[in-house]
Design a protein. Structure first.
Length: 597
């Protein structure tokens, strides 16, 4: 035991660092906080020194305190030769052993204890700014520690025991409801609980700033109107901002949509509505009419008739006459230009149809035109006999059913022999469902379009294809059958492929196993197509890495790069690691497990 020691004040200018100190790593970390602490509370623990040449004293224990004192002197907050309480050890003492004991035996305070200590200071009357100044941290750090100190005691106890990590505690802090925190904690296995899952569960009934309504009116406009928000102190983007005044948000949405609707009414529709939401069920209550090609003027129609007649005349000798062949190409180009007319809604359509201005999934205005309410739909022309006394039917209902059953079977047998016509029948039935045209097919076949919760290049491709087909097809169910009959086999096959693509469902729902029959068939379809998902999906921070845990990101990097995770990666914040993973994985062909195969 070292007993030959005494305590004495020594001028700061005579103190120097001992080159034998065992702490060689991280001695400069947290010096700012230590400077603030000594300035606010004084030096709470004396330095341990031994005599050095030329009247100096080497600091054996207390190197970081010495650095903090030197910094205070450099700032002019204490004198350069201020007296410092020191314990001088004898020349025979083992300074290395003493330095090791000072650094090795010290037990750091648990972060939870620090959170609660900051909370107590605030509760006793200190302001966050005052606490920040006294402990050398910024005010945001004080507020974050205070927020962590106010989570449920059950959560803090689990953190102290080691069954919860700091990131998980930060996720629980998104809610002020201690009871809700405890419920989620009881439902989620703590050792597997991903922070993003905890946040999502605790905020599932709240409106995030990423909601399409907020994007439509903008968060700035909502706050300018007096709207209150709640912010997750540990989120780095608008995912951590939540709307508290739903009524105000809805009022702002309605006001902005109504302004759009006033402009839309100038188009001459029978009615115009503004709706914040227009789902598929609501759309199904309307019949949809589409714009029609604008009629040619008299001069253009006369030119078209003249060109068609000239084309027929030249076509007979085009194979032998090069000039005639060249002229045919010119004529065809002009005919195509004349037939590529603009489309517009007719006055008849405007007189019975309306339009709805609503919100799209991207938070932008979406205008749906040509909607006909059931009560505004023109009455169908009756093909029956004039009204009068009821006539007793020639055949009983049972006989009619029997006869038509035989007819149906015969029709089916004949159709089975005619593949070209059968193809048109199948495409017609599927297209009715795919394009939500309200007609009926005698074929007992239907298609349910699959609606995906998230976008992507696949959804964009289907949307573009739907728009292209919408330009080629008639917009009414009554005209679709004749149109299908008039198309060649290639066109029908292309439309059939599109309809099939709209209905494929390879989504693994929460309650499903990955090897169920539907998903197995989707896998087989992919194999038949030689499907390459890397052509359709690239993992980014937004669509993948920010939605998985720190460990999963590290595993993805290791797989994509074919190497062990670097130590510097493990020390990164999750947002930084996600951005790095997006850059590092790009171009490697790596995909998350659910997308492989």
């Amino acid at each position: 035991m070292i007993t030959d020691t005494h305590t004495t004040p020594i001028a700061l200018s005579k103190l120097t660092a001992w080159d034998g100190n065992v702490r060689r790593t991280g001695s400069n970390e947290g010096i700012g906080e230590l400077v603030a602490s000594i300035a606010a509370h004084g030096l709470l623990q004396s330095l341990v020194v031994k005599k050095a040449p030329r009247g100096k004293f080497a600091v054996v224990a207390g190197q970081r305190r010495l650095l903090a004192l030197k910094e205070l002197a450099a700032q002019g907050r204490i004198e350069a030769d201020a007296a410092v309480a020191c314990r001088v050890i004898a020349a025979t003492a083992d300074a290395t052993e003493l330095s090791l004991a000072e650094n090795a035996v010290r037990l750091p305070m648990h972060p939870a204890d620090q959170f609660e200590a900051f909370r107590d200071l605030i509760d006793w009357g200190s302001s966050p700014a005052d606490v920040a100044a006294r402990f050398g941290v910024n005010e945001a750090t004080v507020k974050k520690r205070l927020r962590l100190a106010r989570v449920s005691p059950v959560i803090l106890a689990a953190y102290r025991e080691g069954s919860l990590g700091l990131e998980q505690v930060m996720a629980f802090a998104v809610s002020d409801d201690a009871h809700a925190q405890e419920q989620v904690f009881a439902q989620l296995p703590p050792w597997e609980a991903d922070p993003s899952d905890i946040r999502a569960t605790l905020t599932q009934d709240e409106i995030a700033a990423t909601d399409r309504r907020v994007r439509f009116v903008t968060l700035a406009a909502y706050e300018e109107a007096g709207g209150r928000v709640k912010r997750d102190l540990f989120a780095e983007n608008e995912d951590g901002v939540f709307i508290l005044d739903t009524s105000l948000l809805d009022a702002l949405v309605t006001r902005k949509l109504e302004a759009e609707a006033r402009t839309l009414r100038a188009e001459g529709w029978k009615w115009v509505e503004a709706r914040a939401s227009l789902d598929y069920e609501a759309r199904s209550g309307f019949r949809r009419l589409h714009p029609e090609p604008v009629a040619l003027g008299d001069e253009e129609q006369a030119e078209l008739d003249r060109l068609a007649q000239e084309y027929d005349t030249l076509a007979e000798r085009a194979e032998e006459d090069e000039e005639a062949s060249a002229r045919l190409d010119e004529i065809q180009e002009r005919i195509d230009a004349l037939e590529r007319r603009e489309r517009a809604y007719t006055l008849e359509t405007l007189s019975i149809a309306g339009a709805i201005v609503t919100l799209g999934s991207d938070g932008r205005t979406d205008i749906v035109r040509g909607l006909v309410r059931p009560e505004d739909a023109p009455a169908e022309k009756s093909g029956g006999e004039a009204s009068g006394p009821k006539v007793r039917p020639m055949h009983s209902a049972a006989l009619v059913e029997s006869l038509t059953a035989a007819k149906s079977a015969a029709l089916g047998a004949e159709l089975a022999r005619r593949p070209d016509t059968a193809l048109a029948v199948v495409v017609h039935a599927l297209a009715l469902s795919a394009f939500r045209l309200y007609g009926e097919s005698s074929l007992q076949l239907s298609l349910t379009p699959t609606h995906y919760r998230e976008g992507g290049s696949g959804c964009e491709a289907l949307t573009q294809a739907r728009a292209a087909w919408g330009e080629r097809m008639p917009g009414e169910a009554e005209a679709l059958w004749q149109w299908c009959l008039a198309q060649d086999r290639d066109t029908l096959l292309e439309l059939l492929a599109f309809c099939a693509g709209c209905s494929i469902d390879a989504v693994q729902k929460k309650h499903e196993r990955p090897d169920n029959r539907r998903l197995a068939h989707a896998q087989a379809v992919g194999e038949a197509l030689k499907f390459d998902m890397t052509a359709w999906f690239s993992p980014t921070a937004a669509n993948y890495f920010n939605r998985v845990s720190h460990a999963v990101i590290l595993g993805a990097l290791a797989q994509a790069k074919g190497a062990k995770p670097m130590r510097s990666w493990q020390a990164m914040k999750k947002s930084e690691l996600a951005a790095l993973a997006e850059r590092e994985v790009a171009g490697t062909g790596w995909l998350p497990q659910p997308l492989k195969g």
